[in-house]
Ligand binder design. Structure first.
Ligand code: DSN
Length: 422
């Protein structure tokens, strides 16, 4: 069997040891963090290549460095593949992350002091959609929208009314913890009726959009950003997609030189490999199973009395409201810790109408993308949902936790992770 880390182990045993610890952690737990996934060995190999040595500021064919002919081909391949995957006219594959992509897209269309409108962080939006702790909240006049308190879904009429009142330069659609479909066509009408640009951050749902199991924002949005490592199952990174050639110059220059220097061509190679994987028919089958598994996780939790925000899910994640568990005594933080103790990894998450701080929270966010990659099916996921319910209701009962831990090991056993890595 390949010893993937042999060279590293020989030269730097300290780092190799830590990589081994993280690999063991990933192997020995059920990964349910909704924004994570497991890349293929090919993606991992592409990222660990000599492309890491190359400076290539600029764009393919227009670089500020010599010797870029090979990385030009790599970057063009990634661009061509991602355009094919999402059916758009233009792509920039250089953003180092989703946050970088969002900075570039927002700063391309809004000046400091302009109003922007995104979903509020505590309702499921993202830091970069206007949080005061982030560049977006510091640079722009933030006019966030929330969720309807009754349905816990986006209230499009309210977003439209707010947009007419605030005249934002950019409206951002997309979320980090929203379990329902988003109507991008409606968002585009709201944005364009109020003179705003529509930016869609589809990071969480990119894999689902890629296979047509979530409506695509591409025909409606002025600009679409995404990460490449969530449901899309690529290496960590960001992308920006658009259709109108009139936006090319400002979007490309907002990435470089606006906010980044040299692109990470080794990471772009990893993105190219992942885009090709997502173009294969098997990827659609995988995403179909992700959706089935998310519903099954939700069913399992509901069967133990946990309320799901919005009552369920249309995508890869469920948001569990713990306020009725153990008389409201269990916070998201408590649940995250108890679940980690038994080998289930989730993250605490605010829920609509949250009363606790973001470091404590009253909910957990549970996603199916990584577990599905690992090979878990619908029945497994329903059982995992039940186990989550049992653990969060008995976080101080060591017997319950021990039983859950043993069952997690049994559930993991038939699904080895990266067996090729020895
Ligand atoms: N996108 C965030 C998440 O959903 O975990 C991280 O920035």
């Amino acid at each position: 069997m390949t010893d993937y880390l042999a060279g590293l182990r020989a030269q730097d045993p300290a780092v190799a040891e830590l990589v081994g610890e993280e690999l063991a952690r990933q192997r020995d737990s059920i990964e349910l963090i909704a924004s994570e996934n497991f890349v293929s060995l090919a993606v991992m190999q592409a990222v660990g290549t000599p492309l890491t040595n190359k400076y290539a500021e600029g764009l393919p064919g227009k670089r500020y460095y010599g010797g870029c002919w090979a990385v030009d081909k790599v970057e063009n391949l990634a661009i061509d593949r991602v355009k094919q995957l999402f059916g758009c006219n233009f792509a920039n594959v250089q953003p180092h992350s989703g946050a970088q992509a969002n900075y570039a897209a927002e700063s391309a269309f809004a000046k400091p002091g302009d109003a922007i409108m995104g979903m509020d962080l505590s309702n499921g939006g993202h830091l970069t959609h206007g949080s005061p702790a982030n560049f977006s909240g510091k640079l722009f006049d933030v006019q966030s929208y929330g969720l309807d308190p009754d349905t816990e879904r986006i209230n499009y009429d309210e977003v439209a009314e707010r947009a007419q009142r605030c005249h934002p330069a950019v409206i951002i659609a997309g979320a980090s913890a929203y379990p329902r479909l988003i109507d991008f066509e409606r968002f585009a009408k709201i944005a364009h009726d109020s003179g705003a640009i529509l930016m869609v951050d589809m990071a969480h749902i990119a894999g689902i959009v890629a296979v047509g199991l979530h409506p695509s924002p591409i025909p409606f949005a002025d600009v679409v950003t995404s990460t490449t490592h969530k449901t899309l199952r690529g290496t960590r990174g960001g992308i920006i997609l658009w259709n109108d050639p009139a936006y090319s110059r400002r979007l490309n220059s907002a990435v470089f030189p606006g906010s980044q220097g040299g692109p990470l061509e080794h990471v772009i190679a990893g993105k190219a490999v992942a885009f090709a994987e997502a173009l294969r028919p098997e990827f659609k089958t995988y995403i179909g199973q992700v959706l089935i598994n998310a519903k099954a996780l939700g069913r399992g939790m509901e069967s133990r009395g946990i309320r799901l925000v919005t009552g369920g899910t249309d995508n890869h994640l469920v948001l569990a409201d713990l306020t009725k568990v153990a008389d409201g005594q269990v916070s998201g933080k408590d649940a995250e810790q108890a679940l980690e103790r038994v080998g289930i990894t989730v993250n605490k998450n605010t829920i609509p109408g949250e009363r606790r701080s973001p470091f404590v929270t009253s909910g957990i966010r549970v996603g199916s993308a990584a577990a599905t990659t690992r090979g878990f099916g619908e029945q497994d996921c329903e059982r995992i949902g039940e186990l989550i319910g049992d653990v969060v209701a008995h976080i101080d009962d060591e017997r319950v936790l021990d039983r859950a831990e043993a069952e997690v090991k049994e559930l993991l056993a038939p699904h080895p992770l990266y067996p090729e890595l020895g």
